[in-house]
Unconditional design. Structure first.
Length: 398
């Protein structure tokens, strides 16, 4: 009996596409989002900011794209690491390419960050989808066509009629419910707000929102990330009385033992980790050490769509939900391809900004929401983004 040869012949291998170039375009666009000294977003006057578009090019002309902050994919990161791993390789070998890039992080993690890995991984997925004229969620294996969104509110501020008081949060929450949101997450006050942080003020804001929206709207909180154990416990006990769905990142996530202690002492679910490093490996440690009740992942937190999917299935194996950090096409794809994410995080939202106004570099929002609070998954090829290349090329920087 003859066995069929499984390995491709030399002639077959020549039919595969290969990566021939990787480049970055930096461009400027107008936004009303400003960052405070701690990196939190707040509304303000229109101003110009820079954004980058990573492009991976195959020898048949197919291209894959992913947006990124320019500092994440600086020229030396592209030349020293990304091109060295990708040029001449099959762009469909995503897992091997991701592993090869991740190995370069040993001794170079300050340059080649997990976020940089994520940008490359997403661009490879986008290239595959565009090559096959299919949306990435179909390539991975779709679970759903739509997902409920929660409105993720910006951090508190000191702007009159903005998010300066608990009453401000309550009024804005009413508007979000009228818009169609069935869930709302508060980011409360953090430095450099002059008097923050304050556990009792956080609880007052949460109580104002609960009173404004009633008992049937799902509520969550992402609080000050450096509360002590006793402060986090006080906050959690207050949220239990208000019927919140989860408490997220009230302490430094470098201490998973502190989260195990918190989860043991609260009835409200503890969600995490969000900002902790370690990709899917650290998420496994959080599960086995009982540091969380709901796992947390995000494409840009763990190094790409590929490891985010590993986190989702890791949580599923333990009978846990895994909620996805942040908005955007890559995170929406992960939500579309898994059963155990209950929500899509839409925002950040503020009374002085309109999220649905979109972005100059996209012809359309990737996550439009219907009146019932559902975001529908795009069926456009690749990541599903409708990129305005004319705008980008007309606003190049440098």
């Amino acid at each position: 009996m003859k066995w069929r040869k499984l390995a491709p012949s030399a002639s077959d291998r020549r039919k595969f596409v290969k990566i021939v170039d990787v480049n970055v375009r930096v461009f400027s666009h107008t936004t009303r989002r400003h960052q405070d000294s701690a990196g939190h977003a707040h509304p303000g006057p229109p101003h110009k900011v820079n954004l980058a578009l990573l492009t991976i090019i195959a020898d048949d002309g197919t291209e894959g794209y992913c947006f990124a902050p320019p500092e994440v994919i600086r020229p030396h990161v592209i030349d020293k690491f990304v091109k060295k791993v990708l040029i001449g390789e099959d762009p469909f070998a995503r897992e091997r390419l991701w592993q090869d890039l991740a190995h370069w992080q040993r001794g170079s993690a300050m340059q080649l960050t997990d976020r940089a890995l994520a940008i490359v991984d997403c661009a490879l997925w986008d290239l595959a989808g565009r090559k096959l004229n299919m949306p990435v969620h179909k390539l991975i294996g779709s679970y759903r066509e739509k997902i409920p969104a929660y409105g993720s509110i910006m951090c508190g501020d000191e702007l009159e009629n903005g998010l300066a008081t608990p009453e401000d949060y309550g009024r804005f929450a009413e508007k979000l419910v009228a818009r169609g949101y069935k869930g709302i997450k508060l980011h409360t006050w953090m430095p450099p707000v002059s008097w923050a942080p304050d556990v009792k003020m956080d609880i007052k804001a949460c109580a104002a929102v609960r009173e404004a929206v009633g008992p049937d709207i799902h509520l969550m909180i992402d609080a000050f990330h450096w509360y002590s154990r006793t402060e986090a416990l006080e906050l959690g006990k207050g949220l239990e009385k208000l019927g919140f769905d989860w408490i997220e990142e009230p302490m430094d996530e470098d201490s998973s033992a502190s989260y195990a202690w918190l989860a043991e002492n609260l009835d409200i679910p503890v969600l995490g980790p969000e900002s902790a490093g370690g990709k899917h490996f650290s998420r496994a440690e959080w599960i086995t050490s009982k540091a969380c009740d709901i796992l947390r992942t995000g494409v840009h937190d763990v190094g790409g769509i590929s490891p985010a999917m590993k986190c989702m299935h890791l949580a599923e194996s333990f009978g846990m939900n895994c909620e996805i950090h942040g908005n955007g096409a890559p995170n929406l794809i992960v939500a579309a391809c898994t059963k155990n994410a209950k929500w899509y995080e839409r925002g950040l939202l503020h009374p002085f900004l309109e999220y649905d106004d979109g972005f100059e570099y996209l012809n359309a929002l990737v996550d439009p929401m219907d009146s019932d609070g559902f975001v529908h998954i795009s069926d456009k090829p690749g990541l599903g983004e409708d990129i305005n290349f004319d705008f980008i090329n007309a606003n190049l920087v440098g």
